[in-house]
Design a protein around this ligand. Structure first.
Ligand code: GMT
Length: 382
């Protein structure tokens, strides 16, 4: 099959899922065309059947904003026609689902009926998408997709509750490629970060307010009072300088390391003892799943789709949003006993295996087949 993938090319979860999906579809022999404004951050392999089409900004003095939607639609039409794509899979509804609808409509005038699959990832529904400024467009473009998936049961329900949805939504979870995400011995690295055997706690996010990364710092402060420990803050984003100030204010700059955006997070997770995910909203929590795949238990909030991944009392613990005290106590409970820690590690890995790429990617392929036959039936009927 020849598949076009549209996504945000950043380290954010939707871009990661889209890129890993594309790589795995290519491994299965499909031609995969990424169409986006930058090479996706996780697209760091060379494969003969993976292609990247950059959507370049179009500048003109009249434009206050670059008309990205228009240039993306133009590029989609061009790539579908010239590369003879069989389907388009767009990740994150805004603006990708609406742009795909535009491209599909243009292509229909050229006698090409391309199936469009939309994958909903999170804030495209729960935060940004339900804003009245965008909601009618989001609803329309979901209803006019040929296949729709959501990354958790929670997100599917949230979509049905927030919008008037007339199309079927399949739940296709985030997944893990265990060829890549396997714990490796990085003891030399661990020694550099924690020379005296301190516990290593990790938080990974894009430091947007929904991630409540400052809670990770305050949770760490409480853990540090009880046991020698270090905190790795991985990623970057709008809250970073505020977070660095918090670390200075509480006098823990030497114990908290800001590592910025990292490409090979599996190595950093390989030296981690516990993962902190204090988000106020999370439709799935890919970062938690990646930690669990590397045998790192997760202390998180209990919102959104997180309980579908992190099982309370088994793979980690769940607390109410903002309950820093409870999250710190839970972390201490896990880290204080090597036996308890080991049990949580094993459970985390076992749960992560349920989201193995080999189990999840076939669900996407099934969605593709369904969309292709829907469009074929439409053609026969027209
Ligand atoms: O929805 C977002 O905030 C953006 C998106 C991203 O691109 O980072 O994250 C979402 O998609 C991930 C992959 O499906 C999920 O694992 C994250 O839970 C989800 N983030 C939120 O819901 C906040």
């Amino acid at each position: 099959m020849k598949i076009g993938i549209v996504c945000y090319p950043t380290f954010g979860g939707s871009g990661v899922v889209a890129t890993e999906l594309g790589i795995n579809l290519a491994k299965k022999g499909n031609d995969v065309h990424f169409i986006t404004y930058e090479r996706p951050a996780r697209l760091n392999v060379f494969m003969g059947n993976v292609f990247f089409h950059e959507v370049l900004p179009f500048k003109y003095s009249l434009f206050k904003y670059t008309p990205y939607e228009t240039t993306l639609a133009g590029k989609l039409v061009d790539v579908v026609l010239n590369e003879k794509l069989d389907l388009l899979h767009v990740h994150y509804a805004i603006p990708h689902a609406a742009v795909a609808f535009m491209a599909k409509s243009i292509l229909k005038t050229k006698n090409v009926n391309i199936p469009v699959i939309t994958t909903l990832h999170g804030t495209d529904i729960t935060l940004v998408g339900k804003d009245p400024a965008l909601s009618t467009v989001v609803e329309f473009s979901i209803n006019n997709s040929d296949g729709v998936s959501a990354v958790s049961n929670f997100l599917k329900e949230a979509t049905l509750n927030n919008f008037n949805i007339t199309t079927e939504i399949d739940v296709v979870y985030n997944f893990i490629d265990f060829d890549k995400f396997r714990r490796t011995d990085k003891n030399h690295f661990k020694k550099a970060i924690a020379p005296d055997g301190e516990k290593i706690l990790t938080h990974i996010s894009n430091f947007r307010s929904v991630k409540r990364a400052e809670d990770a710092v305050y949770i760490f402060q409480k853990i540090y009072e009880k046991m020698p420990s270090k905190l790795l803050m991985i990623g970057d984003g709008p809250q970073r300088s505020k977070l660095e100030k918090v670390c200075r204010d509480i006098g823990l700059c030497d114990e908290i390391r800001f590592l910025g955006k990292q490409g090979v997070i599996e190595e950093l997770l390989s030296i981690s003892d516990l993962f902190l995910l204090p988000s106020s909203n999370e439709s799935f929590g890919l970062a938690a799943l990646e930690a669990m795949a590397l045998e790192v238990p997760v202390v998180s909030t209990n919102v959104g789709g997180i309980p579908e991944v992190n099982i309370d009392g088994e793979t980690g613990y769940l607390s109410n949003v903002g309950d820093v005290e409870d999250m710190a106590n839970n972390a201490i409970k896990i880290l204080s006993s090597p036996e308890v820690h080991q049990k949580f590690r094993e459970n985390a890995l076992a749960k992560a295996q349920e989201f193995n790429v080999d189990r999840v990617v076939p669900h996407y392929e099934q969605l593709y087949r369904k969309a292709l036959s829907k469009v074929a039936t439409e053609l026969q009927e027209s």
